[in-house]
Design a protein around this ligand. Sequence first.
Ligand code: GRF
Length: 220
Amino acid sequence: MTVDDRQAGAGTDTPTSLAVLASGRGSNFVAIAEAVRRGDLPVRLALVLSDVPDAPVLEKAASFGVPTVVVHPAAARDDQGRYSRDRYSDLVLEELLRRGVEYVALAGFMRLLGGELLRRYERRIVNIHPSLLPAFPGLDAQRQALEYGVRVTGCTVHLVDAGVDTGPVIAQRAVPVEPDDTVETLTARILAAEHDLYWRALKRLVTETLVLHGRRAVFV
Ligand code: GRF
């Protein structure tokens, strides 16, 4: 199989389809797509979905030949202009089902998901967060770590539930905080770890069986 065939998901050895949801830069998407291209991550990238029409990740997806779609948050507003997380999630779910997506990776997707989407993709939807959860959930995790004064932080891949960075942990990587770190230098060091951790975690997720003992996620 050629690299292009593999990217297109040709052949029977790459049947699992993965969608990446992202709102911004897309460096984690690129790391995932490169792992697929190298043959290290046995998935077909079925879709990149964004909530931001001009998100740089969309061009990056196109450069890898991955289909893209924007689900605009305005589409999830009712007649009174009220945004509904569940309505938004239903619109995302429609796009995923339309393309036969089996697994979902959130990579800098800045919107909470819920409802039927989380039920349908239970244990098959993950996120990456730039801290060692449960420390420093939410926005600005790197700044939180720096300001708290921890000597070690890192990144976490976790199952997505209805909370903010609260789902069971799938994988973590520790990253040192150096005395002269700024938010920028720390962010860059964590990001490099994210890029190596995420595809490895996704590989386990799609090739192994995940069992939950309470919050403890175990691959068997
Ligand atoms: C990453 O730091 C990720 O951990 C967080 O959002 C950032 C996304 O970066 N959830 P990128 O768009 O993948 O470059």
